[in-house]
Design a protein around this ligand. Structure first.
Ligand code: NAD
Ligand code: LMR
Length: 344
């Protein structure tokens, strides 16, 4: 009865109620702002389908006390699909048997900071977590790093998670993707569901490249409907700096929208992308589009049979290449910095 579900079974049976296959999901930073939104959505079944969800909350000593209260609230919701909820401060316990992990636990930036300013404080969190994932999680675990700087933290995880294939370790750029969809939908006065083939390339940072070249509106190219000046002077900087804008206006970094994007990312990974569409995913590069192998960069991706595949064969203009290269150069700098610090 307590047999663990494999990720292939999840992809095949994502919506079949089957109590004999609970899914075990680890959420780090469970006591934080994002955790407070994410955990309740995971418990409803909206990501893993109609099966029991066991939640492992991994926190610091201080955070574990708050996580206990969050676990009490989860119980009070009487979610039919919620299984066991455990709290721990030891990655070897927190990732045990995990089929999926949301690595959220990390410091958020404050007004005026860049996400890369967090590298020193946050980078060291991810080496021991990566090691534990390699040692105790399910072999085909799906990992999503949310804690910033998410791409390079994911590179640290990938370097330490022995035996876990690089494409099982991803970082979140679905929030940027969703932001880009929302901006265009508003501009063209269409529904977000009318839009397909949006791409965010590069780093989850101000250098990211939200790219509308392949974007379609109801199946028709969007480029004819969007003027270059709006795209270059308003859309790209708006999306790339949206995180800072939220901090400025809200006083704290995005939380519910980040949790929502994390759910979207994992749900698409399990259930697959819609036909003729793709989503943006940061994952270790295999050299596609000239991005050096190993850098965790955002690409247009499809999920096929429960595995991410980078969309191949898109022809890039010089402008697209320059923008991608600019963001990739920043990723390389971040990776060099964590290498010098001995984190990878
Ligand atoms: P928060 O400060 O509210 O919560 C962070 C939690 O992480 C705290 O409870 C803290 O105790 C915990 N934590 C710290 N170190 C830990 C460790 N080693 N193990 C387990 N838990 C640990 O922060 P938040 O608003 O929830 O944001 C979390 C992270 O997500 C930040 O780095 C933020 O910048 C990032 N973020 C990323 C995106 C994205 O799109 N990639 C979007 C929003 C926020
Ligand atoms: C975001 O994009 O909202 C998050 O990465 C938080 C931040 O620091 O901007």
């Amino acid at each position: 009865m307590n047999q663990q579900v494999t990720n292939q079974q999840l992809a095949n049976n994502g919506s079949t109620l089957n109590d004999s296959f609970p899914v075990t999901v680890t959420v780090t930073g469970a006591a934080g702002q994002i955790g407070y939104s994410l955990l309740f959505r995971l418990a409803t079944g909206e990501v893993f389908g109609q099966r029991k969800v066991n939640l492992r909350l991994l926190e610091t000593e201080e955070g574990a006390k708050v996580a206990k209260g969050v676990a009490m609230e989860l119980a009070d919701c009487a979610f039919p699909l919620l299984g066991e909820v455990t709290i721990s401060t030891d990655p070897a316990e927190g990732f045990k048997g995990a089929n999926a992990a949301f690595l959220v636990g990390a410091k958020p930036r404050q007004k005026g900071e860049e996400r890369s300013d967090l590298l020193q404080a946050n980078g060291k969190i991810f080496a021991p977590q990566g090691k534990a994932i390699g040692e105790v999680a399910a072999d085909d675990i799906r990992v999503l790093v949310v804690g910033n700087p998410a791409n390079t933290n994911a590179a640290i995880v990938a370097a330490h998670a022995q035996g876990v294939a690089p494409k099982q370790i991803t970082a979140l750029t679905r929030l940027d993707h969703n932001r880009a969809l929302a901006q265009v939908a508003e501009k063209l006065d269409v529904a977000v569901t009318d839009l397909t083939n949006m791409t965010v390339w590069g780093n989850h940072s101000a250098t990211q490249f939200p790219d509308v070249t392949e974007l379609k509106v109801k199946g028709e190219p969007a480029e004819d409907k969007l003027d270059d000046q709006w795209v270059n002077d308003e859309f790209i900087p708006r999306v790339a700096k949206r995180g800072a804008e939220i901090i400025e206006v809200r006083g704290r970094s995005s939380a519910a929208s980040a949790a929502s994007a994390a759910c979207d990312h994992m749900r698409t990974w399990i259930n697959g992308t819609a036909e003729n569409d793709w989503v943006s995913v940061a994952l270790p590069s295999d050299g596609s589009y000239g991005v050096p192998e190993g850098l965790v960069s955002s690409f247009p991706c499809r999920s096929v049979d429960g595995q991410w595949e980078i969309v191949q064969g898109l022809e890039l203009s010089d402008d697209q290449r320059d923008r991608i290269n600019n963001s990739v150069a920043e990723l390389q700098e971040e990776l060099d910095a964590v290498k010098s610090a001995g984190l990878v």
